[in-house]
Design a protein around this ligand. Structure first.
Ligand code: NAD
Length: 360
């Protein structure tokens, strides 16, 4: 039996607490489905800085290179300590470096509003009553973040420029991820751009349409980014898979992350074109609640489900895990961030226990 090696980088704040539970849940799934995995821990972020003086030490990077996937917690410290060397550049030196190192070009962020948690969704009931279950796929390695940057003065005025560029290959990689993802869901892709004014968007639209020829079973629609922002608030139920560029995706995925009601619920994945990936909660290290055993482990646990589904192709295992999470929520178990009066408040570890019990 093939053994999958997983680099476990818990990081800072609530990272180690939720990671401990996610690995426990993952092991329960692996045991049930008679799979073989090896979880190997590595230091990253502030905790790595304390030991090695850097946020992504070579030993951690080597571990990732030897692994089949990276399960990431979160990094970073409290905002009032941001000036300390331990925290300066922490995210860029760890997460961005890993993205670059492994060419993780596609970021996948699901936003799902569970029926049981409709009250936590900031949108009106009549808008969300049909439910929300969408995925945003964002290109991660191109656009204005990585193009030429400059600032200059001319005639006593200050100017700045960030050049945004895309190659057709960069667009095709994420378009394929979007169509493949839609095939395993409800079969619809919304490609979001600003093709009425931007050259990069015109190329984006063309390449997405060309790539679509290999996926005739998937419905493709184009949408301008300003309209997409409006539609995500007015009628989010219409979306299945949204695919978009780095800058638009950055903004839209944060908007969508607000819909489920807590960052403790939303996982994410960053994949390269060989489906090697980094899987992590969408939120940060939540220093305000760290060390109290009250963090919600669901985002980290659902990151494991995404790893099973996207990197290992373990679809039954991912389905079982997602069903168990839904079951625990349906039965009323709530960590503090999603607690409502009629639920039962549980700790980080108890939530993981309730999920393990529902694996069948
Ligand atoms: P945050 O996402 O850590 O927290 C925002 C809010 O969400 C807080 O109230 C927090 O308690 C809550 N929250 C987040 N995860 C939760 C969970 N699992 N359970 C319950 N509640 C949860 O954002 P922030 O406070 O702006 O940033 C804190 C630190 O995290 C900063 O140093 C920031 O740079 C870093 N950060 C890291 C990542 C990452 O590692 N990918 C992402 C974003 C922010």
């Amino acid at each position: 039996m093939e053994t999958k090696t997983i680099a476990v980088l818990a990081g800072d704040g609530v990272g180690p607490e939720v990671m401990h539970e996610a690995v426990r849940v993952a092991n329960a799934v692996v045991e049930r489905f008679k799979r073989s995995t090896r979880f190997v821990e590595g230091l990253v972020g502030g905790s790595a800085f304390e030991e090695y003086g850097e946020h992504l030490p070579p030993t951690t990077l080597d571990l990732c290179k030897r692994s089949d996937a990276i399960l990431f917690g979160s990094v970073g410290g409290p905002l009032h300590q941001a000036h300390l060397p331990k925290w300066q550049g922490c995210e860029a030196n760890s997460i961005l470096a890993l993205r670059r190192n492994f060419a993780l070009a596609a970021n996948i962020r699901p936003a799902r509003v569970y029926q049981q948690l409709l009250a936590g969704c900031p949108l009106k009931n009549e808008i969300v009553s049909e439910g929300i279950d969408l995925v945003i796929i964002r290109e991660l390695l191109g656009d204005v973040y990585f193009g030429e940057k400059s600032t200059w003065s001319e005639g006593g005025r200050r100017y700045a420029r960030d050049v945004g560029a895309y190659s057709e290959d960069q667009v095709a990689v994420v378009a394929r991820v979007a169509f493949e993802t839609a095939r395993k869901r409800r079969g619809k892709v919304t490609s979001v751009d600003k093709a009425n004014v931007m050259q990069t968007s015109k190329l984006w639209r063309e390449v997405v349409r060309e790539t679509h020829r290999d996926y005739a079973d998937v419905i493709l629609e184009d949408m301008l980014v300003d309209n997409c922002a409006l539609q995500l608030v007015r009628n989010p139920g219409q979306f299945d898979v949204i695919v978009t560029s780095n800058l638009f995706g950055d903004i839209l995925s944060d908007l969508a992350a607000a819909l489920p009601g807590s960052l403790g619920l939303t996982p994410s994945a960053s994949l390269n074109d060989e489906r090697f990936g980094l899987f992590e909660p969408s939120g940060g290290s939540a220093p305000d609640i760290a060390g109290r055993g009250i963090a919600n482990p669901i985002a980290q646990i659902l990151s494991v489900a995404m790893m099973f589904r996207f990197s290992f192709d373990w679809v039954d295992e991912a389905d079982a895990l997602e069903r168990a999470v839904e079951g625990a929520l349906k039965d009323g178990y709530r960590t503090a961030d999603i607690f409502v009066a009629d639920g039962e408040k549980v700790s980080t570890a108890e939530m993981a226990d309730r999920i393990i019990e529902r694996l069948g």
